[in-house]
Design a protein around this ligand. Structure first.
Ligand code: F6P
Length: 328
């Protein structure tokens, strides 16, 4: 008698991120190679609770590696923090013969995954978030595409702010994490990068520095402000009032989550999706797929969720060193 095929449930949850489709494709095709079946779950945990499934096979994931967003749709399921809901979700997995569940998403999605693992479901986390704020990994799906989108936007804003001799405040996503702000602040040559992790509430220092740079001949300015600080429009108004420099705020918003994934996001997302399936086939339970020190690895899901991550000090120092001179 042939062995029973493993059935893998697959969902994307939380904010979408470019590269999620590449990960979906890799899960499905790797599973196919191992003779496993994949049930796609629509709209994250919300779809799981509604038993909104679809069959995913090698053919159905053709022509998606280059597409942003997620073909499975996504949602933030508020009710997943309730024990009753977690039990119901686990029961639905069992009823539908799901032997293991792959969850592609960020920290909130990982918490849902952990809750399901406590209800006996074998869950694999694949880090999908533009925010890069998952402790166990130095790479998350979508970050690379997002920072390239933001950098291109900052370049465009530089053109117009230079022409008008203005100051521009660019607000970037990242919830309460400053990774996008830090990377894009450096890449975009910003004079100030306001990071939630390092915020010292010293607005006067920003005003003084702008005034000083103006005096020394700098005629346009870029400030990158992280979403976690926010209030860019009122900050712009205060800077303009205090310095006399025309200041505009641009909130980049959801465009940062869209677009065709970069080569890096496609390749890393593919490797991570495949790794999740390999872990299942090897009989591992409740792991988070990670990328650390140049390797794709895995970590216990609960340990991964409890790991904290801080902004790299060397990059924070670099961002300050490169803008120390007053007249550039
Ligand atoms: O987690 C990704 C992210 O884009 C954050 O940077 C942002 O704070 C949040 O999602 C926005 O979430 P929503 O799509 O629910 O408005």
């Amino acid at each position: 008698m042939s062995e029973k095929k493993l059935t893998i449930g697959l969902l994307t949850s939380g904010g979408d991120a470019p590269g999620m489709n590449a990960a979906i494709r890799a899960v499905v095709r790797t599973a196919d190679n191992y003779g496993c079946e994949v049930k796609g779950i629509m709209r994250g945990y919300a779809g799981l609770l509604e038993e909104d499934f679809c069959v995913l096979d090698t053919k159905s994931v053709a022509d998606i590696i280059q597409r942003g967003g997620t073909i499975l749709y996504t949602a933030r399921s508020r009710s997943m923090h309730l024990l009753e809901t977690q039990k119901k979700a686990a029961e639905i997995c069992r009823k539908n013969g799901i032997d293991a569940l792959v969850v592609i998403g960020g920290d909130g999605s990982y918490r849902g995954a952990l809750a399901l693992s406590k209800q006996g479901i074998n869950v694999m986390g694949v880090p999908g978030t533009i925010d890069l704020d998952i402790g166990c990994t130095d790479y998350t799906i979508g970050f690379d595409t997002s920072i390239n989108t933001v950098t291109e936007s900052i370049d465009k804003l530089r053109d117009t702010s230079a022409s008008h001799e203005r100051c521009v405040i660019v607000e970037v996503m990242g919830r309460s994490a400053g990774y996008i702000a830090l990377w894009c602040g450096i890449a975009g040559g910003a004079e100030e990068i306001i990071l939630p992790e390092k915020y010292d509430y010293n607005e006067q220092a920003i005003i003084d520095s702008l005034t000083e740079r103006r005096k020394h001949g700098k005629n346009h300015h870029i400030i990158v402000n992280a979403e976690g600080i926010g209030h860019s429009a009122s900050l712009a108004a205060r800077i303009e009032a205090a310095t006399g420099i025309e200041t505009r705020a641009t909130i980049l918003g959801y465009m940062q989550r869209g677009g065709s994934p970069t080569c890096k996001d496609r390749v890393y997302a593919s490797a991570m999706g495949a790794k999740a399936v390999e872990l299942i086939v090897e009989g591992k339970r409740n792991r988070a797929v990670c990328h650390m020190n140049g390797e794709f690895t895995d970590e216990d899901l609960e340990t991964a969720i409890n790991m904290t991550k801080t902004l790299p000090d060397d990059l924070v120092r670099l961002s300050k060193t490169l803008i120390r001179q007053r007249n550039i």
